[in-house]
Design a protein around this ligand. Sequence first.
Ligand SMILES: *Cc1c(COP(=O)(O)O)cnc(C)c1O
Length: 404
Amino acid sequence: MSSKDQEFAVDSDGLHRAVELMSRDFSRAKRLDLPTELPLCGMGSTAALNALAPSILGGAARLGEATSFAHMDPPTPWITWAMTLWNASLNQNLLHPATSPVARQMEERVVTWLAPFFGMDGGHMTPGSTVANLTALWAARESAGVTEVVASAGAHLSIAKAAHLLGLKYLSLPIDANGSMDAAQLPTDLRKSALVLTAGATSTGAIDPLDLAGRAAWTHVDAAWAGPLRMSKYAHLLAGIESANSVAVSAHKWLFQPKESALVLFKDTEKAHAAVSFGGAYLATPNVGVLGSHGAAATALLATLLAWGREGVAQRIEHCMDLAHRLRDFVAADERLELYAEPQTGIVVWHPKDENLFDQALRQLPVGSTSTTSMAGVKWFRNVAANPGADIDLLIATIRGVLP
Ligand SMILES: *Cc1c(COP(=O)(O)O)cnc(C)c1O
């Protein structure tokens, strides 16, 4: 091996090739037969790039496609691809200031920009709201002494998971006909409880009554999906969130970030961070939160916010909301179809009134256009407006086409 290993240098040809392959059509290309065992001899980086392109590029779910409207996973803007490339090459570790002199500041800045939309004073990034929820409930256990988590039946599974990991009791409250927490079922004594309110339930997009925030020893709002509405003209839908002690938001959902990108935000960050910090002799600063080594997802988010501004974010989310409302209007107007409830946060849940049509319709709808969920044993279709590039007329025409 030469004194300077070129595998660690910028290979412009290789990287240009990678970009060029992105616009190729691999839909009919033969996928790589991966060796069942780790090869002894490598094929070389350019050969590996070419060999993997048909599988990775050709086989991926296309989240920005015209009919992509099924899941909470958005397409990502190219500025984030560039940042991700830089991140991979620089490999900063935010665990230690010495290995991330600038990246840590970027994360602090992005948190400073976003926390006020939720009435929070700071926080940190996590790889998803699963970890954000866990971190928030950990802080609740340490600093508010909670012994129980109370959430609705529509809460994300990560809430029950966090309660389990933290050794907290878990109380699941029924939901009302719209999918929101039924506030009438709330226990009166919440002095030892962390109340989790969901802003944008995963199945239905329903928002729990956020005016309940502040009733418990700790209130956490899981705004993984709908949190970014705070930056739009729909901010009022999440009114009350500012009374929470903590908030989770997944930037890799409605802030159009590559995974893994999310935030856990706190009302009193100094206190919350102190409650979830550990020191270490080799660390210059305490390790805050669940993660050890972690990367600079913040730079992609910061770049997006810098590129688009609040206006650009709002515009895209509002456009997604329009798309959902168009689909809602179609379903409401078609006698063969039934809406689960009025969509609250860009998630449309519906089904054919004739339940026998469900499976057949599902088979005929384009892959990635519609997901499914079930409530009280009833099957529903679910469309999530995470793709600003969706062609809603095409989707509506397609749905019409699969109905007898
Ligand atoms: C997606 C989601 C989560 C989990 O977030 P990840 O970013 O996937 O870890 C938690 N809560 C709600 C309401 C969600 O929609």
